[in-house]
Each structure stands twice: as C-alpha cells, then as structure tokens.
Design a protein around this ligand. Structure first.
Ligand SMILES: Cc1cc2nc3c(=O)[nH]c(=O)nc-3n(C[C@H](O)[C@H](O)[C@H](O)COP(=O)(O)OP(=O)(O)OC[C@H]3O[C@@H](n4cnc5c(N)ncnc54)[C@H](O)[C@@H]3O)c2cc1C
Length: 369
C-alpha cells in the first residue's frame, strides 16, 4: 500500500496509540511511533484496563489476564444484586502486558519507536494521543479517583467467578458517590479499589483510610498488599477541542473517548481504532477524521445523570443499584458501552428515577428566577 511519502507518526503508545499501532501493522501501513521513555514524568503509569462484552477487547483477547462470568453490586445495606453475563465476560488486561506485546509486534514489523518526550507540535501527518488539560467549560466536571491494592488475603474470601463493580458499603460523599471495586483472581487474591465520583480529590492518607475501611467492611480480613494502582479520570460533559494543528488528529482520552458516566474508554478506543485504520488504509494518513466516540443521545443522558448526581437530586448508590436491579444486565452494560438502540435506551430511562431526572431536565429549560 503506497500513499506517497506521507508516513504517519503515532504519538503515545498507551491505550489509544497501541490499539492503532497494532492494527496498522496488521494492515501493512507504514508509520512510526514516538513514546515517552519509561522514566519520563509524562509517561502514563501502568494500569489495569477492564472491558465487557461478548468478545475482545478488539484484537487483544489473548492478552486478557482475568475474566469473570458474573458481576455484582452491593447496596449500602448489604443487599446484593448479582448478574450472570451468559456468553459475555467482564475482563481485564494489564497495560504492561499490552505494552510488551505491541512493542514486540512493532519490532518484528520493523516499525521505529522513538523513545522521547515530544514537546510542541508533532510532525504532520500525526495521530497525537498525548493528554491535554481537561476542559472545564461543561455543565459538570466530576473526577473518578481511586486507590487500589492488589491484596493477598490470609483466608479464601474472594469468589474468582464474580467481579464486584460497585460495593456501596462506604460512606457517601455529598454531590457524588463512593464504592469499592473488587476484581478477584483467586480465592485469596484480588485488586480491591476505593473509588469516588466527586468534585474533589482526597489526600493520600484519606484514600488509604477509606480503602482500609472498605477492606474491613467487605470482609477481606488479614491481608498482604502486593502492589498499588491509583487513578484520576475526568467525568465531564465538556467538549474536547480538536487539534489546532493541520494534519494532526488528536485522539484518545484527550479527545473525549472517556465515557462521561463511566470513566471507561478502552472499548470505545477499539471501535475508533478500527475506523481510523480503515481510513488510513483507504486514503492514506492525511485528512483523517475522528470517529465520534459516543452517540449524542448517550452524551445527553450522561450529562443529565452527572448533573443529577452533583446536585443531589439522585442518590448515586440507589441509582446504580436500581439500574442493575430493574434492567437485564446486557441492556445496562450495552448502554454503558454505547451500543444500545434507542428502544433499549427508552426502556432504561423508564426505570430511572423519573422525578429527579425530569427536574434536572426542567432546570435546564426553565430559567431560574
Ligand atoms: C488508572 C486508570 C485506570 C483505568 N481503567 C480503565 C478501565 O478499566 N477501563 C477503561 O475502559 N478505561 C480505563 N481508564 C480510562 C482510559 O481508558 C485510560 O485513561 C486510557 O489509558 C486512555 O488512553 P490514551 O491512549 O488516551 O491515554 P494513555 O493510555 O495515558 O496514553 C498516552 C500515551 O502518551 C504518552 N505521552 C504522554 N506525553 C507524551 C509526550 N510529551 N511525548 C511522547 N509521549 C507522551 C504516554 O506515555 C502514554 O503512553 C483508566 C484510566 C486510569 C488513569
């Protein structure tokens, strides 16, 4: 495939960059990569990416480190909502494994990876996945922030077939929600996180205290901490501005791929990577257009939920527990991944707290006195 001498530069080899690079090798398209060296301040720390669905994620099925056929939510009073995923799985893979695999693939294909911190404008044409400041001009900006420990418990306390997406047996912040997240990999080992969706970050000591409390309340008992994982992810209905540089497509978390209501983006990035590589293969690397990360109606629903949460019109814990209690699990997970039809979205909305959502809508259309 020859599109003249134009050679695409992929800047960043995180979730977005690696997803695109992997496919470009398979498509036989010439390109090169610029990635910050491992010791650079701007280098993204290792993380665990979780996704769900019938297969995948994308071409990375073989890299999946763990998967679960069941998920559960735990209400503040301890009531449990468990859902069997049928042929679907909740799964996670480690960024370090993807990094290793994509670098081996690039090396085998003779694709150059330039280890340097790129300042300023990338060469054109480029796909630039470097982070940008999170825009603050939306209606709502919450942070999904968390501290997780990979723990080894003394006793077999985890069910390795069940991922706990949200366990609300935690004190709840005003204008937000807090929960535990548990991904067991054996009866004694799990990644256990304390997560908040809220406007303000905590101190290190506060994260540790709340995670410690959660480990106690959820019955982990005596344990050893094997490693830590932390994160701060924006949840906002603000639009991310396109790259001002001609020939440079900004893409990734820096271009709105993170779903505002969930903080997840990995599956969205797989869809976008498929579309981008098809564009490059067909027309060459110039004039790429960003495949929209999310549907307009899903962004609107997310925006209403975020506002209802911050304004206190809905109680986050009840909202999420009821969402899973009142809907088939594939409908909820499909919505959170942006794959539901308008009919499924309507069915989902019919189970949401209508008065709270309606008053959120009205607060937007009726001017305040
Ligand atoms: C801790 C954490 C856990 C997450 N877990 C999930 C999850 O379970 N599921 C999910 O769907 N989403 C998750 N997300 C959200 C989202 O999927 C990730 O943030 C994802 O990594 C975003 O991909 P990205 O390629 O846009 O950014 P990154 O993966 O951060 O990649 C950006 C790349 O650019 C490089 N870079 C930065 N600056 C420069 C520079 N100046 N020069 C050269 N290179 C540079 C970095 O080293 C990095 O490799 C998580 C986010 C975090 C922070």
């Amino acid at each position: 495939m020859d599109h003249g001498e134009a050679r695409l530069t992929v800047v960043g080899l995180g979730a977005a960059g690696a997803s695109l690079a992997w496919r470009m090798v398979d498509a036989g398209v010439p390109f090169e990569v610029v990635e910050a060296p491992a010791a650079a301040d701007v280098r993204s720390p290792d993380r665990t990416w979780s996704t769900w669905g019938p297969a995948g994620p994308g071409p990375f099925g073989a890299l999946v480190a763990a998967s679960w056929p069941r998920i559960r939510l735990v209400a503040p009073d301890g009531a449990v909502v468990t859902a069997d995923l049928g042929s679907w799985r909740y799964r996670s893979l480690h960024s370090a494994d993807l990094d290793r695999a994509v670098r081996a693939k690039l090396a085998a294909a003779g694709v150059a990876v330039h280890e340097r911190v790129l300042e300023g404008r990338p060469p054109s044409p480029a796909v630039d996945t470097r982070p940008v400041p999170v825009p603050t001009d939306g209606r709502t900006l919450l942070w999904q922030h968390f501290l997780g420990y990979r723990v080894r418990a003394e006793r077999p306390v985890f069910d390795p077939a069940t991922a706990t997406l949200m366990d609300f047996r935690t004190p709840q912040p005003a204008g937000g929600v807090a929960f535990g997240y548990v991904l067991p990999t054996s009866p004694t080992e799990a990644l256990v996180e304390y997560t908040e969706f809220s406007a303000h970050l905590l101190t290190d000591a506060q994260y540790r205290e709340r995670l410690g409390e959660f480990l106690q309340r959820s019955g982990t008992g005596p344990h050893e901490v094997l490693s830590e994982e932390r994160g701060v992810i924006p949840m906002t209905d603000a639009g991310f501005p396109a790259s001002p540089e001609p020939g440079v497509l900004r893409w990734g978390a820096n271009a709105g791929s993170i779903r505002p209501s969930t903080g997840y983006s990995f599956t969205t990035l797989q869809r976008q990577a498929d579309a981008l590589v098809a564009q490059v293969a067909r027309h060459g690397p110039r004039g790429l257009t960003l495949p929209p990360p999310h549907r307009g109606r899903h962004l609107l629903m997310d925006s209403l939920v975020l506002e209802a949460l911050t304004s206190g019109r809905i109680d986050g814990a009840s909202f999420f527990v009821d969402l899973f209690r009142r809907n088939p699990v594939h409908r909820v997970l499909g919505f959170l991944d942006g794959t539901t039809t308008p009919a499924e979205d309507l069915a989902l909305m019919a189970t949401s707290p209508r008065a709270a959502m309606l008053s959120t809508v009205l607060s937007r259309v009726v001017p305040r006195r």
